[in-house]
Design a protein around this ligand. Structure first.
Ligand SMILES: O=C(O)CCC(=O)C(=O)O
Ligand SMILES: [Fe+2]
Length: 167
């Protein structure tokens, strides 16, 4: 879990609270600040503001769901959520979302992010059922530990880390 605190910034055009990135984990459950907007997602080449909605979470697909199924992920998930997502075979069919946080000249902002992660030793690979001649595996197999180390060995806004795991 991360608690993100973004102080107010007199010149918000000069910086980001968090630069553009995808989350390295499987799924992120984000509790946005109810009073101050700041999250933006990239859609069709344009940054779109995600305005906070009262009593609502924002759910982000992370890099691991772009590759595989949650069936391979060991961490405890509520059963209903797990069953729902077991069907989310992906091999690139779902994309992890590129997002960033901007700062505000008048108001500070807080967000709380819960990261659902595979265990370090979980082997992540595209599900065989989705691999065929016409649809080859887009990613090689790796452990989450390998991925996570690689992710944090680079700058957050470098090219997507998943590109380094393409097969
Ligand atoms: O503060 C936000 O809205 C985004 C936080 C975020 O992207 C993260 O913690 O990975
Ligand atoms: Fe994020």
């Amino acid at each position: 879990m991360a608690i993100n605190y973004y102080p107010k910034c007199p010149q918000p055009q000069l910086t980001y609270g968090l630069p553009a990135h995808t989350d390295p984990n499987a799924l992120t459950i984000l509790l946005p600040d109810p009073d101050v907007a700041g999250l933006q997602v990239l859609k069709d080449g344009r940054w779109i503001a995600v305005d906070p909605l009262a009593n609502a979470f924002v759910i982000n697909i992370g890099d691991q769901l772009q590759v595989t199924t949650l069936g391979l992920l060991i961490h405890a998930l509520p059963l209903a959520l797990m069953v729902m997502l077991l069907q989310a075979l992906t091999n690139g069919k779902y994309n992890s979302v590129l997002h960033r946080a901007v700062v505000n000249p008048e108001k500070e902002r807080i967000s709380v992010a819960s990261f659902l992660c595979p265990s370090n030793y979980a082997i992540i690979s595209p599900p065989e059922r989705l691999i065929s001649e016409g649809s080859p595996a887009m990613y090689r197999s790796y452990t989450y530990e390998e991925y996570y180390k690689k992710f944090w060995s680079r700058n957050l806004d470098d090219e997507p880390c998943l590109e380094m795991f393409q097969s």
